[in-house]
Design a binder for this molecule. Structure first.
Ligand code: FES
Length: 935
């Protein structure tokens, strides 16, 4: 058919039923992204004759004779479209996976549409930003406040207003910005076909049973499907058990998983892979497989799984070798500890709060689904290009599973379209590795959005029985939790999430009597895994709700009660953790500032509403305020390592090689700024290469917020060493003492008079035999603590249950903030993601263990209209352990949001919601029945 694509007349014939998205990508337009396949996310938005359409649900044949414009064609004659300029200027992106679609939609807006972004952008989802930077970008100025829930009360403060341009504290734009706004940033599958001749596609047959033994698999019919090349089952898979979870120590997780197993333990588990010349043939192959199952008893709730006689999901495994606490009882890990005596503490309490809190399964919904490509390079090494947060750990796991030395494997990541913990797993890489090693051809796999929901990982649901006591004078007397976490069918991250959840949440408060009994339990449901906050968000929901109840019970202001009891420098941080983490200390402390910032902001907000006459919503509305605190260790426990190399290039620019991945978390910019600061340069003179196991010796990975405080510290050490070498070379060159050589942007000032340019230094170093590539290593210990405090003012309609967020405030103690705009974006994105998890997000599993919310239309994530503008404040601290005083700040902003909102609703209505999500229908029913009022 004839079609015009980005101004060029094209002749091409789409396959029967082919959508416009895949058709355009096959023509090399990789800026057209896949986020859902259902017209729900907008990542694939293109223009057809000037009208924006979701190309994943637009039949390619309907574009015949029409002019199609993709992001690649939005700029004209080398000039960016104004919308692209605005997104670049306003940095309206993080991972950037949604950005092309967002800009294609926004490029068609008139003034009226721009003035109503909640409506005009309803078809485009972003999981990273919280939409504020997108709003600012679309409107082309510092902010359109039309989508604020109330009056504009934003008064962000930057702690580093006098920063040197391009260095620490400056709002340096992301180096990938130009590539993102032009659609040329290359994500995992954006590899032209000619670079991977003979590429095959892999699709999976997944289990229809929650628990079954595979009796036989007949692949005859599948292999007869034209284009099908091979079928792989448990008979082809290595026997080695492993965990999909990736940690520095693989022994942190149980060995309970095989690439393909002969027992399936949840609906959606891999049964077999079909590899074919096309995706369609591979799918047809999976449908042609004949599998006989012996169905086994299944169990779906952790409470049932703990009952005597429950099916033992991994009962055939030896607990010691597989590192499963009690396989016959479905208990993968547990902790039982007591500090002091909680019974004495409760006996001395004037008020006791007891409640069972429940958190739900939520999904990461990174816009880029899991995907990988594997091939063999010219040295016959296995190369895997993957959407991963942990390339080095993936390499190690592949080596372990396939019995290959690590130097025979290279793992690289392109730009990664969001992670949130979901890509700290091996979920696709082992599949393509198996197929490529067997077939010796490149093989690719891409999960659908439905596979993401049904067969990747979720946040762990926690059931938390909290009992807490306080004395009338406002002191905690006892704190007791009984916790059961549902890890699903496999134990990836189960021990870590349980231990970490019960860590800083309890350690935040001084209390002589603490008791924890926690168990992580297998069920025949979709596995849970690492999720932003790593167990803390669940536990903090319970603890911080409980703190408000105690304060109410003794008649004290909830923030005053917290100020009485929260830890301060000098206090031990005790969580009743089984292994006291002695390497955690107060490298800095800004919790008191954060509480004050939130309290002051809420007071100001209230005054502004009152002055503007906005506080009287009518007789049906009640209003309230609530806040919650959170603390997080700045680095994961038991080792997190990074290696970095910083070098001077021949052109006088610097290069940073580091292993940590960029998936919208901003590490690229942070590393460029840290290096620039040490080298007296600017971030624009520093090129960062990353996420490739061939670049440096090791990096544990981008999780636990370690990209800044671990890898950043390695980069800083390397840059400091390089700066010293540059001065030494200049001193020899100019014949002056080294202490008379001062590094400046572009060169070294010698003797206070002459500047030797860096390219001359480069040449001189070669003559002097000096290496201008310095190495840095960091091991992530001692560790510090970071803090977040969130506050809300809400209004609740007592007749309908409608909730309005009148004000949302978060204060963060991130140490010295390397890049305030970027850090603010991380906080805004964390708040938005948390709001979804508080108010409506839930991966629902039916009575047979089947995930029923398996497309984005059924699993609602916050859209533009759902997210109020939050005020973001920073404490002014300087961390003694972080690089140049910085602390981590990417997962923690999520953690205090749920209890802060629940506390505000409690303050407004008198009703304590102890179960997430706090959906509007629940609020309505509770208001109608008043059944949930505790005590
Ligand atoms: Fe929007 Fe990542 S920047 S999904």
């Amino acid at each position: 058919m004839a079609i015009e694509i980005n101004g060029a007349a094209t002749q091409a014939t789409p396959r029967p039923g082919q959508c416009l998205r895949t058709f355009l990508r096959e023509q090399g337009n990789f800026g057209v992204k896949k986020g859902c396949d259902g017209g729900d996310c907008g990542a694939c938005t293109v223009h057809v004759d000037g009208t924006p359409v979701h190309s994943c649900i637009y039949p390619a044949v309907r574009a015949e004779g029409k002019a199609v414009t993709t992001i690649e064609g939005l700029s004209k004659d080398g000039e960016l479209h104004p919308v692209q300029e605005q997104f670049l200027e306003g940095q309206g992106f993080q991972c950037g996976f949604c950005t092309a679609g967002m800009m294609m939609t926004a490029a068609t807006f008139d003034d009226e549409q721009r003035a109503n972004l909640p409506r005009s952008l309803k078809g485009n989802l972003c999981r990273c930003t919280g939409y504020r930077s997108i709003a600012d970008a679309v409107c082309g100025h510092g902010g359109d406040h039309k989508h604020d829930a109330g009056a504009d009360v934003s008064q962000e403060k930057s702690p580093a207003g006098d920063a040197t341009p391009g260095q620490l504290g400056d709002n340096v734009p992301a180096p990938a910005g130009q590539a993102i706004v032009t659609g040329t940033a290359r994500y995992t599958l954006d590899v032209p076909a000619e670079q991977l001749p003979g590429l095959l596609h892999l699709k999976l047959l997944r289990s229809p049973h929650a628990h079954a033994r595979i009796v036989s698999i007949d692949a005859t019919a599948a292999l007869a499907v034209p284009g099908v090349v091979a079928v792989f089952t448990h008979q082809d898979a290595p026997a080695q058990l492993f965990s999909t979870a990736q940690h520095e120590l693989y022994t942190d997780d149980p060995d309970d998983t095989r690439v393909f197993d002969d027992v399936v333990r949840f609906i959606g588990q891999r049964v077999a892979a079909v590899v074919a010349e096309s995706v369609g043939a591979a799918e047809a192959g999976t449908r042609a497989l004949a599998v006989e199952y012996e169905v086994l008893d299944a169990v779906f709730s952790p409470h049932d799984a703990l009952l005597p006689g429950a099916p033992a999901i991994h009962g055939e495994k030896d607990g010691e070798t597989a590192r499963i606490s009690r396989p016959q009882q479905n208990v993968i890990a547990e902790v039982h500890t007591e500090l002091g005596s909680v019974s004495d503490g409760f006996a001395n309490s004037d008020f006791i709060h007891e409640h069972t809190y429940q958190t739900q399964r939520v999904q990461h919904v990174a816009m880029e689904t899991h995907s990988s490509i594997a091939w063999l390079d010219e040295e016959d090494r296995l190369v895997v290009r993957s959407s991963t947060q942990v390339p080095f750990l993936v390499r190690r796991t592949l080596g372990r599973v396939f019995d290959l030395p690590e130097d025979r494997i290279r793992v690289v990541a392109g730009r990664v379209g969001g992670g949130f913990g979901g890509k700290q797993e091996v979920l696709t890489e082992d599949l393509v590795a198996l197929a490529t090693l067997k077939l010796r051809r490149p093989v690719q796999v891409e999960f659908t959005r439905t596979e993401q929901f049904t067969a990747t990982t979720t946040r762990h649901p926690f059931t938390i029985k909290l009992k807490a006591g306080a004395s009338r004078d406002g002191h905690l007397t006892a704190l007791q939790v009984e916790v059961v976490t549902n890890t699903g069918a496999y134990g990836n991250h189960a021990p870590g999430v349980m231990f970490h959840g019960c860590g800083e949440s309890l350690a935040l408060y001084k209390c002589a009597n603490k008791k924890v009994d926690a168990q992580a339990v297998y069920t025949n449901t979709v596995p849970a895994g690492a999720f932003r906050g790593y167990g803390l968000s669940q536990m903090i929901f319970a603890i911080e709700s409980g703190m408000d109840e105690l304060a109410v019970g003794i008649g004290m202001d909830p923030l005053e009660f917290r100020l009485n009891n929260m830890v301060r420098p000098g206090d031990d941080m005790v969580s009743t953790h089984p292994e006291p983490e002695e390497d955690v200390h107060y490298g800095s402390y800004g919790l008191d500032q954060c509480v004050a910032l939130v309290r002051d902001a809420l007071d100001r907000g209230k005054e502004r509403y009152r002055a503007a006459g906005l506080d009287d919503l009518g007789a049906d509305w009640v209003t309230g305020e609530g806040a919650a605190l959170s603390m997080i260790d700045t680095v994961p426990p038991r080792g997190h390592f990074a290696h970095s190399r910083v070098s001077l290039e021949a052109d006088g620019r610097f290069a940073v090689d580091v292993g940590t991945a960029e998936f919208g978390n901003g590490t690229t910019t942070v590393h460029a700024q840290l290096a620039a600061t040490a080298l007296a340069s600017t971030a624009s003179n520093v090129a960062v290469r990353q996420s490739d196991t061939d670049l440096v010796s090791h990096d544990t990975g981008a999780f636990g917020s370690a990209g800044t405080v671990v890898a950043g510290k390695a980069t800083l050490a390397a840059a400091v060493e390089l700066a010293s070498r540059l001065r030494a070379v200049a001193a020899v060159l100019a014949g002056v003492p080294e202490n008379e050589c001062v590094l400046v942007d572009g060169g070294v000032v010698v003797g206070g008079v002459r500047t030797v340019p860096l390219n001359e230094i480069y040449d001189a170093a070669r003559h002097q035999g000096v290496q201008l590539a310095a190495e840095g290593n960091w091991g992530g210990t001692p560790r510090s603590v970071a803090f977040n405090v969130h506050g809300f003012r809400v209004a609740v309609n007592t007749g309908t249950g409608e909730l309005r967020i009148l004000q949302s405030v978060q204060a963060a103690d991130a140490g010295v903030v390397v890049n305030p705009r970027q850090c603010r974006g991380q906080i805004e994105g964390g708040i938005a993601q948390a709001l979804g998890a508080v108010l409506y997000e839930e991966v629902k599993v039916d009575d047979a263990g089947r995930v029923t919310t398996d497309i984005l239309r059924q699993y609602h994530i916050p859209s533009f209209a759902d997210v109020p503008r939050s005020e973001v404040y920073f404490a002014t601290t300087n961390d003694s352990t972080g690089p140049l005083g910085a602390k981590s700040m990417s997962e923690s902003p999520f953690n205090p949001v749920a209890p802060a909102l629940a506390n505000a609703i409690r303050n407004a209505t008198g009703i304590r919601f102890g179960e997430l999500p706090i959906a509007r229908d629940k609020i309505y029913l509770a208001l109608r029945d008043r059944t949930l009022i505790p005590n």
